[in-house]
Design a binder for this molecule. Structure first.
Ligand SMILES: NC(=O)c1ccc[n+]([C@@H]2O[C@H](COP(=O)([O-])OP(=O)(O)OC[C@H]3O[C@@H](n4cnc5c(N)ncnc54)[C@H](O)[C@@H]3O)[C@@H](O)[C@H]2O)c1
Ligand SMILES: N[C@H](CO)Cc1c[nH]c[nH+]1
Ligand SMILES: [Zn+2]
Length: 422
């Protein structure tokens, strides 16, 4: 393996700065509630607002006023996302009572969280597709209170109309025009107008992602879903135009996004790099995409496709594309990715919008330990047990023995109390 193009080394001090800035935002919102949220909203571009709560009538108005073409696309995407979320939900069954030994009955219930906040990004672009990706699985899981937080548009008190329309199509119960780390803090700590939630989900920039990391524990989170990443594995049969287009599609999200090509073909490496330059010249998001490519873009030449798979497993990218002649042959070797795109026809952007799989996916190596968002993130698998007198008679002696060995006398007595007077 060798590097054809390397990423720039990251300064550690940047992470320390973001950690401290986000901690301050969370502390201020925790202490001052709505006033702090309002200040931050204005600081980051929103207009001063009497309330952050977006009335249902605004959602309906936006839904009615967007173009029929966009409304149709939103509804079509929503239908695929809903269908897939419901199929995934139905693949997870509650386990009725199972008798593991005489009188010892065990089982599990599948219970939705009481409430959640779906964070819909809106800093650089109004990512209304994310509203569908978050709210629809939460609803399919049966979460009773599904809230959404979206930054207000620059100079406005409201989020982008397409986002409001998508939230209406997805069926959000409460919508708040609040963005960034302050939104995460508000839903974790609660404010005068925002009741806290059990769980916060959704992607965002480095501030949002760091805020989710810091409030984890106070509330549940899905996982680290930060700036977008794509890794394309390509052999000599792949198209450099497609590889470059897919790299730029993720690079345009954020200067912190990352596009990576891992290829067995030096020719493809050369041609893809040239294609990135050519396509950048005609891209209205070139400023962000070029910075992301320059700072975080990588081209790696692998000795074999097996080595390319090892590299991908090591990086654990958010999106993994397999643009090779026989993509299914490589599948068994790939373990760490947020979502897999098999074959050159399976464009990553189809997953972003309309295929129906979720586009909220782990980044920064989190795909080593988690897959992407699904209906399962909103469901708790909670065990229960029912133990009859016969079952207790069998379990108590072993429980007493184990408790005594751990030096936990009250535990031993609690077991014993089931079978004799203590
Ligand atoms: N991993 C995934 O599943 C996934 C999916 C979709 C989008 N994304 C990523 O989501 C991100 C969206 O980012 P965005 O910025 O457009 O929107 P965003 O909503 O995530 O963040 C915007 C907010 O960030 C805050 N902010 C901006 N600069 C700040 C600063 N200097 N200090 C403190 N807070 C600051 C502000 O409150 C602003 O409203 C992109 O990185 C994109 O790649 C990831
Ligand atoms: N590619 C993003 C996930 O990293 C999702 C998205 C939303 N809109 C366009 N793309
Ligand atoms: Zn995207």
């Amino acid at each position: 393996m060798k590097f054809y193009k390397e990423a720039k080394a990251k300064e550690l001090s940047q992470n320390t700065r973001i950690f401290a800035e986000v901690r301050e935002i969370i502390e201020r919102v925790g202490k001052h509630g709505d006033i702090a949220v309002a200040d931050y909203n204005v600081k980051f571009g929103g207009a001063p607002a009497a309330s952050f709560r977006v009335p249902q009538s605004e959602l309906e108005r936006a839904y009615d006023e967007i173009s029929p073409e966009l409304r149709g696309a939103i509804e079509r995407a929503a239908a695929n996302i809903k269908k897939f979320a419901e199929l995934q939900r139905d693949s997870l069954w509650p386990l009725g009572e199972v008798e593991v030994e005489e009188g010892v009955f065990l089982g599990h219930s599948v219970i939705p969280v009481d409430s959640c906040c779906c964070y819909v990004p809106g800093g650089n672009h109004p990512l209304f597709s994310t509203a569908l990706m978050l709210v629809i699985p939460a609803k399919a899981a049966g979460v009773p209170r599904v809230c959404a937080a979206v930054p207000p548009m620059r100079g406005s008190v409201l989020p982008h109309p397409a986002t409001l329309a998508a939230l209406k199509a997805a069926g959000a119960d409460e919508v708040y025009a609040v963005g960034g780390a302050q939104a995460i803090a508000a839903f974790a700590c609660g404010t005068e107008t925002i009741a806290p939630v059990a769980m916060i989900v959704g992607p965002g920039n480095k501030y949002v992602t760091e805020a989710k990391r810091q409030v984890y524990g106070k509330v549940g989170i899905d996982f680290i879903a930060g700036p977008s990443e794509v890794l394309v594995i390509a052999d000599d049969s792949a198209s450099p135009t497609v590889a470059a287009a897919d790299i730029l599609a993720q690079s345009e999200h954020d200067c912190d996004a990352a596009g990576i090509l891992v290829t067995t073909s030096e020719r493809l490496a050369r041609e893809t790099e040239a294609e990135v330059t050519r396509q950048l010249a005609d891209l209205d998001t070139a400023e962000t995409a070029a910075k992301s490519w320059e700072e975080n873009g990588r081209i790696i030449i692998a000795d074999s496709l097996a080595e390319a798979a090892d590299i991908a497993n090591e990086i654990a990218p958010e999106h993994l594309e397999v643009n090779v002649k026989e993509p299914f042959e490589l599948m068994g070797l790939l373990r760490n990715y947020g979502s897999l795109f098999i074959g050159e026809g399976s464009a990553e952007v189809f997953g972003d919008y309309v295929a129906g799989t979720n586009h909220t996916l782990p980044t920064m190596g989190a795909a080593r330990y988690t897959g992407g968002l699904s209906v399962m993130n909103f469901l708790k698998v909670c065990t229960f047990q029912h133990i009859t007198p016969q079952g207790a008679a069998k379990l108590a002696p072993d429980a007493e023995t184990m408790a005594a060995e751990e030096g936990l006398t009250a535990h031993a007595k609690a077991a014993a109390a089931r079978i004799r007077k203590i």
